[in-house]
Structure formats: structure tokens, C-alpha cells
Design a protein around this ligand. Structure first.
Ligand SMILES: O=C(O)C1=C[C@@H](OP(=O)(O)O)[C@@H](O)[C@H](O)C1
Ligand SMILES: C=C(OP(=O)(O)O)C(=O)O
Length: 461
């Protein structure tokens, strides 16, 4: 046990990854953030305890666990955070008449969107807030969708429909919802996971959720359905507009139907994080190395495993194993790619693109402007500091490789900015990453793990 009277040394202000030879080896990244937070929500509202194995321990999962503790969900953490024993909430209904429960959610989009939906369905009086950037990340499409079916009130407190979110409700009285899907898929995922919680209140056999207009980041919605099914829910996703011979909406509409079955307590295994894996595959691509990521395959639940297809298009060799994916770096060409479905890997790709023989264009990710930072505008600014030519588009960017120079790069409190930009240092001398500790959001040990593959120490500046 660490001595609470001994204070830890302050986090280093910068980290520098120094150029070297090929990056090679095998690695198993920590558990998926997206799967850990989904499994925590389902387990928290299940009819019996669950054990989650291979979980992620990071800021985003800690704020979920701490928030659930406020509604008496007990999570026992063992095995260095990889195993979570979740004793579900028992007194959620009784809490409704009670005091306001405050939840601090830092900058975890999954946590605030999933809990806003789940708590509105369960009933009670809550205020969900976060860091300043969280209060700039839209949630209005979700609260609007909930307002239409709720007994009570729900409202975002910041301009533009952003958190904090105030909820005061006795649950959902309706069972047909409509939600916007062009800013974030997390709204739909949150409503889907809330549906079985709401069902116990409104006695309907089924909840139906229709997406109005475009739906971004689609693989995450399929992931939500799969996790819910593991916990006992019946979920059907219908991509066209005909259900039971009835035309129900616009031709591009996605409709989800969820039965009233409750979540059951289960033993659940979580995949390693595929977005985190992208950095190691990219390191192989950039340096001509060979990196195997263990615990992920083409059939993984996380859409981000498709990042290797983009690397393949750029010229890398990709080997698919039963439980691993290996990337072998080769001479890189530029690509023109729609990354709507795998938007968390745009920053990773942008750094690989610096070392290609021609320009790379990324399209379809206008929603990246609403994440931890503006992941188009701020990313372009930092890539230019390294010497790349970057043309920003509304929904992406074109990166033209240039003559590179040393630079100290801002990370905007964005873990993915720190993790991806550090890869530029594998080839460009003098790349320093400010505030490397921001990787704690999803990957506290990132720099140590990268280090283990490049097999020499990085230098703290
Ligand atoms: O549902 C999820 O687990 C996530 C969905 C994506 O967000 P958007 O749907 O906002 O693109 C992704 O960027 C995020 O890291 C995790
Ligand atoms: C966008 C991200 O996270 P979230 O939306 O869950 O905060 C991310 O991890 O890249």
C-alpha cells in the first residue's frame, strides 16, 4: 500500500520519444474503455452481481465507478484494476424523493451520456458535471430525446445544450424515443442501455428508439447491442424503414427495439482497447517494424480494429491471427479515407500520414470537433508545427508531408493528442509532448508501454 503521507513527485511537464530503429514486439493493451463503461452500466442495474474481467482502470472508468457508488453500486476492484466485482444498485427507486446527488464526471463522454440516460430512466434527482471542456461538449440531442418520454425534468445547464445536466424524474413514462445521431453515437447507446432500466417503470413490453438523420460512429452502437445481449437483453437494430410491414420513417433511419427483459448478473470478459492498439500498429508502420497486438482480432467488438485496414491501404502488411493482429511496416503511400466509423484513430493516422510518399485525406469526421478538443482544428495546428502542410476541411483534413523540424506540441488535455503526436518522435528528432499525464484518461501507462516496444528509455525533459 502506498503511504498516504508521502506525496508523489509531480508529473513531468513534457516527454520526448527519441528516434531509433524499428519498433517491434508484442503487446496486450489495457481493457477497452468503451466495453468497460458499458459493462459497468449493465452490471450496475442487473438483478444480481457481475464480475468484469480484463477491465480498464483509468480516469474514464474511475469516474463511472465513483458515480455509480453514489447510487450504492458497490464495485470491488482487484487484480490491479483488471477485475471488477459489481454489486448492483438496490435502492434507486427509493432515492427519487431524496436529496440531489452530485456526480463529477471529468471529461468522460461515455460516462456522462450513458449515466444521463440510465439515471433518467431509473428516476431520482441528479446533477452531472465535469471539467470546463465537458461543459462545451453537446448533450442537448440526448436530453431532448429524454424530455419527450420523461415524468419530470431534464436540462443541460450550459450554452449550446452542454453539461452540467440536471435531472429530476420518476423515470420514463413513454416507450418511443427519437434522437439525433450526427454529433455523437453515445446518445443512442445511452438510450439503448437505459431502456431495460426504464421498462421496469412504465410496464411496456418494448422500447423503440429512432435515429433522426445521420448516425455517426456506427460500430459503437453495434457494440452496445452486443454488450446488452450478453447481460440478457433482447435488442434488434433495424437499418431500413420497414418494421412489420409498416413504413416508419426516413430511408436513412436506424431504429432500435429493446424488449423489457432485465439485465442479469454475469461473468464478462472485456477485450483490450482497439483505439489504444492503433498507436502500436502505427509505430510499426512509421518505423518499418513488426508489432503484434494480442487479444484483438478481425471479429473484435470494437470497430477501431479496422484501423489496420487503412494501414494496409497505405502499404503495410497486416497478418490476422485468431486472437492477434500484426502490422509489418513497409513503404507508405498516402490514402483518401472516410473515418466516420473509426474516428478515434484519426489522430493516429494523421501522424502516420506525415511519413507517406504523398498526401492523405481524412473525411467524414465533422463530429471530431466535439471530442476532448477540436480534433480537426487543434490537430492541424500541431501537425503544422512539425512542418507538415495541412488543409483543414469541415469534416476532416488533407495532410501533405513536408520537411520536418523539432517542435514542442500542445495536447489540449486530450489523451489521444498526446499518444498520437508522440509517435512523430519515432522519426523526427526533438519532438516534445506537453502534459503527457493527460493519457490517464484512458491509458495511464501509455509511455511505459510504448517504451517497452522501442526498447530504450525515453528522456524526461
Ligand atoms: O460509445 C463509445 O464508447 C464511444 C463512441 C465514440 O464517440 P462518438 O459517438 O461521439 O463519436 C468514441 O469517440 C468514444 O471514444 C467512445
Ligand atoms: C472521444 C473519446 O472519449 P469520450 O467521448 O468517451 O470522452 C475518446 O476516448 O477518444
Amino acid at each position: 500500500m502506498p503511504d498516504p503521507n508521502v506525496s508523489l513527485p509531480p508529473a513531468p511537464p513534457t516527454v520526448e520519444v527519441v528516434p531509433g530503429g524499428p519498433v517491434s514486439g508484442s503487446i496486450r493493451p489495457p481493457g477497452s474503455k468503451s466495453l468497460t463503461n458499458r459493462a459497468l452500466v449493465c452490471a450496475a442495474f442487473a438483478d444480481a452481481p457481475s464480475t468484469l474481467r480484463g477491465a480498464l482502470r483509468s480516469e474514464d472508468t474511475e469516474v463511472m465507478i465513483d458515480s455509480l457508488a453514489q447510487i450504492d453500486v458497490k464495485v470491488e476492484i482487484t487484480d490491479g484494476g483488471r477485475t471488477l466485482y459489481v454489486d448492483p444498485t438496490k435502492r434507486i427507486a427509493a432515492k427519487h424523493a431524496g436529496d440531489l446527488i452530485e456526480m463529477f464526471i471529468a471529461n468522460s463522454g461515455t460516462t456522462i451520456r450513458f449515466l444521463t440516460a440510465a439515471l433518467s430512466a431509473a428516476g431520482g434527482h441528479y446533477r452531472l458535471s465535469g471539467v470546463p471542456r465537458m461543459h462545451e461538449r453537446p448533450i442537448g440531442d440526448l436530453t431532448d430525446a429524454i424530455s419527450a418520454v420523461i415524468d419530470g425534468d431534464i436540462s443541460p445547464q450550459s450554452d449550446g445544450g452542454c453539461p452540467p445536466v440536471l435531472i429530476d424524474t420518476s423515470g420514463w413514462s413513454g416507450n418511443a424515443l427519437k434522437v439525433g445521431g450526427n454529433v455523437s453515437s453515445q446518445y443512442l447507446s445511452g438510450l439503448m442501455m437505459a431502456a431495460p432500466i426504464a421498462a421496469s417503470k412504465h410496464q411496456s413490453k418494448q422500447v423503440q428508439i429512432s435515429v433522426v438523420g445521420e448516425l455517426v460512429s456506427r460500430p459503437y452502437v453495434d457494440m452496445t447491442a452486443k454488450v446488452m445481449r450478453s447481460f440478457g437483453s433482447k435488442v434488434e437494430i433495424i437499418d431500413d424503414r420497414v418494421i412489420d410491414d409498416r413504413v416508419i420513417g426516413d430511408s436513412d433511419q436506424v431504429v432500435v427495439q429493446i424488449s423489457d427483459d432485465p439485465y442479469h448478473g454475469i461473468d464478462y470478459a472485456i477485450e483490450p482497447d482497439a483505439s489504444a492498439a492503433s498507436y502500436f500498429w502505427a509505430a510499426a508502420a512509421i518505423t518499418g517494424g513488426t508489432v503484434t497486438v494480442e487479444g484483438l482480432s478481425q471479429s473484435a467488438m470494437q470497430g477501431d480494429v479496422a484501423f489496420v485496414n487503412v494501414l494496409q491501404q497505405m502499404g503495410c502488411e497486416v497478418q490476422h491471427g485468431d486472437d492477434s493482429i500484426t502490422v509489418i511496416g513497409k513503404t507508405l503511400g498516402g490514402v483518401d479515407v472516410d473515418m466516420n466509423a473509426i474516428s478515434d484513430t484519426v489522430q493516429t493516422l494523421s501522424v502516420v500520414a506525415l511519413f507517406a510518399s504523398g498526401p492523405t485525406t481524412v473525411r467524414g469526421v465533422a463530429h471530431n470537433r466535439f471530442k476532448e478538443t477540436d480534433r480537426i482544428g487543434d490537430l492541424a495546428t500541431e501537425l503544422r508545427k512539425l512542418g507538415a502542410k495541412v488543409d483543414e476541411h469541415d469534416d476532416g483534413m488533407t495532410i501533405t508531408p513536408g520537411n520536418y523540424q523539432p517542435a514542442t506540441l500542445e495536447t489540449y488535455h486530450d489523451h489521444r493528442m498526446a499518444m498520437s503526436l508522440s509517435l512523430a518522435g519515432l522519426k523526427i528528432p526533438g519532438v516534445k509532448i506537453l502534459d503527457p499525464a493527460c493519457t490517464a484518461k484512458t491509458y495511464p501507462d501509455y509511455f511505459a508501454d510504448l517504451e517497452s516496444l522501442i526498447q530504450r528509455p525515453h528522456r524526461w525533459a
